[in-house]
Design a protein around this ligand. Structure first.
Ligand code: PEP
Ligand code: MG
Length: 294
């Protein structure tokens, strides 16, 4: 099986009846980039930036972040790298943020909520990403979005960051901005959201948790955590259609994207991209290439 998968390197992600889909990989740190390239993913669909903040005892500086993002941008040599802005809180606690205890952290003070509440932290990350954009093919996506006002505020902050870089004559590129669709609210307003951004990436791990009201950390509930629930599948189709209507490309970066029993359905729904763990890239490619074979 290993050898068969190796033969798929360098091949296109195209179904036997000619439909193409982008196949990217998810990573959680700079050291994972090697496995992305080794498994021949054509980009990074989810670069979890939390690693920069975890395991240190103070906020990472703009320079530290810039060097990490530039390193990945350069190593990927022109392939797309989608950096997700900070998604701490809930299961990912960092002492120096002083987030405090919460009875219900998954529904708590986390991700974009912290970034919009503490814009200095957010601006530092955005400045580092924009500075690194000059060295490769970067894009940015924002986690845990629930409202249009968040997206409008994010875009204002992005414009402020770009204006200050221009003023300082620091080079950067105009890059795609996207939102993660991982709350039922984001699904329901996806038609409006699509007018504000360039792409959607569906976080099925959180979307399943919030839609089914099942804590993804609670092992007692594993048998109830059903990502194939018809409510989830209907949402996926709705997001693809609303995204396309508004001119967005639409992908999946949650674990469900690597579910081989759904690959054909994802292609039929019209997904433009699947982002999976590096070790799953060639398996998903294999599945894609068999779809529609006579
Ligand atoms: C998700 O929620 O599906 C996702 C990709 O993000 P994370 O697992 O990091 O919350
Ligand atoms: Mg998530």
């Amino acid at each position: 099986e290993k050898a068969l998968l190796q033969e798929l390197k360098g091949k296109e992600n195209v179904t036997a009846d000619g439909r193409k889909i982008n196949l990217y990989a998810n990573i959680g740190g700079v050291s994972d980039v090697a496995s992305v390239l080794a498994n021949d993913a054509s980009g990074i669909g989810l670069f979890r930036s939390e690693f920069l903040y975890l395991g240190t005892d103070d906020y990472p500086t703009e320079e530290q972040q810039f060097l990490a993002y530039r390193n990945v941008a350069e190593t990927m040599a022109g392939k797309k790298v989608i950096i997700r802005t900070l998604d701490i809180g809930a299961d990912k606690q960092v002492d120096y943020f002083n987030l405090g205890n919460e009875d219900n952290p998954a529904m708590g003070y986390r991700a974009i909520r912290i970034c919009l509440d503490r814009p200095e932290i957010f601006k530092t990350q955005l400045r580092a990403i924009y500075r690194a954009s000059y060295y490769g093919n970067l894009a940015i996506m924002f986690p845990m979005i629930i409202s249009m006002s968040e997206v409008k505020r994010i875009k204002e902050i992005v414009e402020e960051v770009k204006a200050s870089l221009r003023e300082e004559e620091i080079p950067f590129k105009e890059i795609e901005l996207g939102v993660m669709i991982e709350t039922p609210a984001a699904v329901m307003i996806s038609e409006e959201l699509a007018k504000e951004v360039d792409f959607f990436s569906i976080g099925t791990n959180d979307l399943t948790q919030y839609t089914l009201a099942i804590d993804r950390q609670n092992a007692k509930l594993d048998s109830f955590y059903d990502s194939h629930h018809p409510a989830i599948l209907k949402m996926l189709k709705m997001v693809v259609d609303n995204g396309h209507k508004g001119g967005c490309w639409v992908g999946i970066c949650g674990e469900l994207g690597a579910d081989l029993t759904l690959t054909e359905e994802f292609v039929n729904m019209g997904f433009d991209e699947l982002s999976v763990s590096p070790s799953m890239v060639l398996r998903v490619r294999d599945k894609i290439r068999k779809i529609g074979a006579k």
